[in-house]
Design a protein around this ligand. Structure first.
Ligand code: ATP
Length: 885
């Protein structure tokens, strides 16, 4: 069916829908059943089995499988089974983690799926795009994604960017009234159609849905579209690099041990297994999975505090942000506008807060009429829809007996030029008796530029410098009180005025001043941000004085001197701006291009900048910033698409809260990684020392495998969800270039490793000496060796579990942090001890692992040994704390 060759009425008839009413509920239901959901079918998800086998594609696993085969050949069946079981369990844990991480990301993606405005049952409602059916009437405005294929039924200056479909990034002009006879007209030329996944860059329109889901043009080419992006975060990449290095190191050590063993004439098979166990100990195979799950759990937590992180790398960057560039309207303020004053030449009129009033003068009346007619908002039963600035103006109209509906019925709109934040103006052409009137409203400085006359006492007079000064003074007076000032102007014409001719030769009517109270909680968030070494900066389209007044109320700026306007920015060279940028806290009357300049200037000093945006034109600045933040409520789909994070409550406070979470998540990842490395190092120390000093092996390969892959995993994850440091926002932001091991992390890992390794050896030695043997005694009976190995095995596992507590803070003692404040960690430690108890107490397991039951006395000794690394580390912390003070 070529919808583009039929006129709009025919299409609507064909689809059986009245454009003024839209579809009924029953009809929607039956069409939804018939055509299915409006979704592109993504790439098939990996099955559980595929996920499982993916886990096995790992260097370490190959090594283990090789070891299993060799142990089988030699007839050490128990060892072979343990190795295989550990491989299996490791894969299962891996699958579970990946599954969980994927689910978390999926849930986040769901929260960010575009919504669409449709007319249903006579009302315009916002719904999930997936519920759209053929025949739905869709309302389009600038910044929205087209939710399905549409035949346009009405359009005003509509422009659509269709690069998703045609590759052409210059927006094409659309016009509902055009018809195309040629059935082979290329997609890019079909001006009366709008296609799914393209986006409105300008203007307004309505259209009827002619195709949904896979029956759309994009659906035809999107077979197997993969929407999930799986890019690694910089930290994950760095850790993968670290993993590789440690892997090579492990292989080197294994070769070394083998050579030493050859020289020492040790049992070659045992040494082969020892070498493998060392490889297992040294390769930090758990790292990537643990970082992925900690990030996934972190972003899930962040979504609960209204910050949806779209790309995982953003979590890390958030922790380093030191400049927050924020919009004013809606983010720092409540976006609940109320008109307080009207100004016509030399006359202020206070608007009553409740009830109605009458405007005495014709100019005042005209001013209100223009504000109401040049307006896209609606107000029904006190419920407004649309831009809050415009809703405030409709409310103003109601107070002065100019209800919008009636006014519009009497003065039909015949043409318009929509608002955009570059011009900062909006115009409509409405009928005015037998002729037409252009109504323009917008930023007063913009109005001044296009006005030639003003109405003074009802008379149109040329706009002299004196007159301008009068109006400007009034505008400034209101701005200084933090009011948002909007000007209005008009001109009459005998004909309908074309959009490019609307905004010239205008006659100024006057001004309105509206209040938009700051959000109460923001002041506190700003104080917190400053304490945390972060500089909040306001970037707004509003007037310099209004912006500065609000910034001062909120504590963002101290004086007007710290503010600069867009035109002053234009007068500066890029270099000059870079030099001075750190001085400014308020950027006013900026357009979206200025935002890019500002971001770049801040970044040139090495700052890590987050930038908010909501409009279509904000995409470049959101992309340029280190963290682009889009508004969930007022933001356009375009800005959301370009952002790294979306605020579901549009609130500045949420940015600060997200930064806090970002810092915590990074710190927690660091805790997990340092913990895992300490554990691995502990194992290496114990084994390497034994080989070098000709001692018997304190640990069997299967025991190391067990500890490394099973008992370590849970505390590491629990550290990743640590509640976080209370003082995290009292510290300076982390330098983004800082090494992961900065701030003593490497030192902590090494100390931990040494302590754990040495204590394991001590336990082993203790076990031997209990029966009168030494490390260097020649032939030690099998049962004595087993006893000593069991001691070492338990001490290694339990000391790691205890040591995890110490990892919760690099500086504070565990008692200060709260011994039980991370319940997961306590749970993981208890679970680890229980597992360890099971392995040595259940005969069949004990046999397989070559260990034996321990008596209560032994357990007490073992626990005492296992506490030593924790205690020493706590003492070191205490010592460095007092040395630093
Ligand atoms: P922020 O960038 O902090 O959100 P803002 O909302 O003031 O601030 P814009 O939406 O770009 O930024 O508006 C810039 C200016 O344009 C406003 O100060 C106002 O004077 C004018 N303006 C805003 N909305 C409209 C509108 N609907 N019609 C006409 N003019 C408007």
């Amino acid at each position: 069916m070529n919808w583009f060759s039929q006129n709009a009425e025919q299409v609507l008839q064909e689809l059986n829908v009245d454009p003024k009413q839209g579809l009924s509920d029953a009809e929607i239901q039956s069409r939804l059943e018939k055509y299915g959901e409006n979704k592109l079918k993504g790439k098939k998800k990996k099955s559980l089995a595929a996920l499982f086998f993916a886990q096995l594609k790992d260097m370490l696993i190959y090594v283990l499988l090789g070891a299993a085969v060799i142990t089988l050949l030699i007839g050490e069946y128990a060892d072979a089974i343990i190795i295989l079981l550990v491989v299996l369990l490791n894969a299962v844990i891996g699958v579970f983690q990946e599954f969980k991480a994927e689910k978390a990301i999926e849930a986040l993606q769901k929260m960010t799926t575009p919504r669409a405005l449709v007319r249903r049952g006579g009302d315009v409602v916002e719904i999930d795009s997936k519920n759209i059916v053929p025949g739905d009437i869709v309302v389009l405005d600038a910044g929205r994604y087209i939710p399905a294929d549409l035949r346009l039924t009405e359009s005003a200056n509509l422009q659509i960017e269709e690069s998703a479909l045609t590759g052409e990034s210059v927006p094409s002009e659309k016009n509902a009234a055009r018809l195309f006879e040629d059935p082979k007209t290329p997609l890019g030329d079909l001006a009366n159609m709008a296609f799914m996944s393209t986006l409105v860059t300008y203007g307004r329109a309505e259209g009827v849905v002619v195709g949904t889901g896979m029956n759309t043009e994009i659906g035809k080419i999107a077979k197997g579209l993969d929407e999930t992006q799986t890019d690694l975060t910089p930290l994950q990449k760095r850790l993968a690099g670290l993993g590789k290095t440690l892997g090579y190191l492990a292989i080197g050590i294994c070769v070394l041990i083998f050579i030493i063993a050859l020289i020492q004439r040790r049992d070659l098979f045992e040494m082969f297994l020892t070498a493998i166990s060392l490889a297992v100990a040294a390769i930090p195979e758990g790292l990537p999975a643990i970082v992925a799950i900690v990030l996934a759990l972190g972003v899930t937590r962040m979504s609960k505090i209204n910050a949806i992180v779209k790309r995982l790398p953003a979590v890390e960057t958030l922790g380093s942000v030191n400049i927050i560039c924020s919009d004013k309207t809606g983010t720092l303020t409540q976006n609940k506008m109320t008109v307080l004053h009207l100004y016509t030449h030399r006359k202020f009129l206070d608007v009553p807060s409740e009830g109605t009033a009458t405007a005495a003068e014709s100019t005042q009346k005209k001013l209100i009429q223009t504000m109401v007619l040049c307006n896209d908002a609606t107000l029904d039963d006190g419920e407004g829809t649309g831009d809050p600035t415009e809703i405030a103006l409709v409310v103003l109209g109601n107070k002065y007996h100019f209800p919008k509906r009636e006014l519009e019925a009497a003065h039909e709109r015949v043409a318009e030029r929509p608002f955009d934040s570059d011009r900062k103006l909006m115009s409509t052409v409405n009928k005015e008796g037998d002729h037409y009137r252009v109504h323009t409203k917008g930023a007063f400085d913009s109005i001044l530029k296009i006005a030639t006359h003003a109405l003074v006492n009802g008379e149109k007079v040329p706009l002299t410098d004196d007159l301008k000064a009068d109006f400007l003074r009034a505008a400034e007076e209101m701005s200084d009180q933090a009011l948002r000032v909007l000007g209005a102007a008009y001109k009459d014409s005998d004909e309908v005025v074309e959009p490019d001719q609307m905004e010239n030769d205008l006659t100024i009517l006057g001004l309105v001043g509206m209040i938009d109270p700051p959000r109460l909680e923001v002041k506190d968030a700003i104080r917190q941000a400053k304490e945390a070494g972060i500089t909040p900066v306001m970037i707004t389209g509003d007037h310099q004085h209004t912006a500065a007044a609000i910034a001062m109320q909120l504590g963002m700026a101290e004086s007007l001197d710290q503010s600069i306007s867009g035109s002053q920015l234009d007068a500066m060279s890029d270099d000059e701006l870079k030099q001075k940028i750190n001085h400014y806290r308020v950027f006013s009357r900026v357009s979206p291009e200025h935002k890019v300049k500002i971001v770049n200037a801040f970044r040139s000093h090495g700052n890590i900048v987050s930038m908010t945006g909501d409009g279509v034109n904000d995409a470049p600045s959101l992309k340029n910033a280190d963290i682009g933040v889009a508004m969930g409520i007022t933001g356009t789909d375009v800005s959301k698409g370009a952002s790294d994070m979306i605020l579901t409550d549009d609130n500045f406070t949420t940015i600060v809260a997200a930064i806090r979470e970002g810092r915590n998540i990074y710190n927690n990842i660091k805790k997990s990684v340092v913990f895992l490395l300490s554990c691995n190092l502990g194992e290496i120390v114990a084994i390497l020392a034994s080989v070098l000093f000709f001692w018997p092996m304190p640990l069997l390969p299967t025991q190391i495998l067990w500890i490394n892959l099973i008992t370590d995993t849970f505390p590491a994850i629990a550290l990743g969800v640590d509640p976080g440091d209370k003082d995290v926002m009292k510290k300076k932001p982390r330098d983004a270039k800082e090494s992961f091991f900065a701030g003593g992390a490497a030192f902590r890992a090494i100390i931990g490793g040494l302590l754990i390794g040495i204590l394991t050896l001590v336990a082993f030695y203790f076990g031997l000496s209990e029966h009168g043997y030494q490390l260097w005694s020649g032939s030690i009976p099998e049962d004595v060796l087993t006893y000593a190995e069991t001691m070492a095995f338990v001490v290694l596992a339990v000391s790691q579990l205890f040591y995890s507590l110490s990892m919760r803070s690099a500086t504070h003692s565990i008692l200060h942090v709260g011994l039980f404040s991370n319940k997961y960690l306590i749970g993981a430690i208890i679970l680890g001890i229980v597992l360890q108890f099971a392995v040595i107490s259940i005969p069949i397991l004990a046999g397989a692992f070559h260990v034996q039951m321990l008596t209560l006395r032994d357990w007490i000794i073992v626990i005492a040994f296992a506490l030593v690394p924790l205690v020493i580390n706590e003492l070191i912390k205490r010592f460095t704390r007092s040395a630093n003070n």
